[in-house]
Write a new protein. Structure first.
Length: 117
């Protein structure tokens, strides 16, 4: 099990940028695939991006492809989500999650991102 703490959320105008961070506890961070998800009011949680254990492969939802970049620093036990060209529809609570095998079993508490028009 790994404990996850997100940070970096806030209020930004449309077209602006934010970088989210997710710090993980434990010494086995590099054994987890990491993902970012988001949940807007009244909507289901949705996948945003994921990165494999080494950081060599990344995956994105079509809605954020070309605007968001996921990365990780295994020496710092941290995964990042760089969000550029933000849109009001990106407003949501953003969660990071860790996946050891087939499911994302460990989740952070979330960080609010609000994009004003």
């Amino acid at each position: 099990q790994v404990q996850l703490v997100e940070s970096g959320g806030g209020l930004v105008r449309a077209g602006g940028s934010l970088r989210l961070s997710c710090a993980a506890s434990g010494r086995t961070f590099s054994s987890y695939m990491m993902g970012w998800f988001r949940q807007a009011p009244g909507k289901e949680r949705e996948f945003v991006a994921a990165i494999n254990r080494s950081g060599g492969d990344t995956y994105y939802a079509d809605s954020v492809k070309g605007r968001f970049t996921i990365s990780r620093d295994n020496a710092k036990n941290t995964v990042y989500l760089q969000m550029n060209s933000l849109k009001p529809e990106d407003t949501a609570v953003y969660y990071c999650a860790a996946r050891a095998r087939s499911n994302y079993d460990d989740w952070g508490q979330g960080t609010q991102v609000t994009v004003s028009s």
